[in-house]
Design a protein. Structure first.
Length: 141
């Protein structure tokens, strides 16, 4: 630890630049991905605001366990099937993927298409299941 402190004192310019670059990277990634919500916020949106959950994982992963009522629109077919979501433009939409990293691009696309309230669930289904929240098995309805 003393070596790190000595290094930081001798190279404070490098340390400052490193933290600045890290902050810019984090802000940039957050801006690209759009607004995110926690699992508890997503649950509130589903229960109180009748939010639509769009699960963008492939059908096999979706079938192994998904949020009840979630609509499966796999990322691989999203551009072709996005028109199916048009009827939900005025509803809140929660986009879910496996780990929360790819849902941002779909959320951004939906916003460009005129959806009023689109968010991504941070941590994705991995966070949902690790929180012990219920999942349903089987194919999309």
């Amino acid at each position: 630890m003393q070596q790190f402190i000595a290094f930081a004192q001798e190279n404070w310019v490098l340390i400052t630049l490193w933290f600045t670059a890290l902050a810019v990277l984090v802000l940039s990634e957050n801006r690209k991905a759009g607004q995110s919500v926690t699992t508890s916020e997503a649950t509130r949106l589903m229960n109180h605001d009748d939010a639509l959950v769009v699960d963008i994982r492939e059908q096999k992963e979706y079938g192994e366990g998904h949020i009840a009522g979630a609509l499966n629109v796999p990322m691989s077919t999203f551009e072709k099937r996005a028109s199916e979501l048009e009827k939900y433009k005025d509803k809140p939409v929660v986009v879910v993927c496996k780990m929360g990293s790819t849902a941002g691009s779909v959320a951004k696309t939906l916003k460009k298409r005129g959806f009023a309230h689109v968010v991504r669930m941070s941590g994705g289904m991995m966070e949902w299941t690790s929180a012990g929240l219920p999942t349903k098995k089987g194919k999309s309805a």
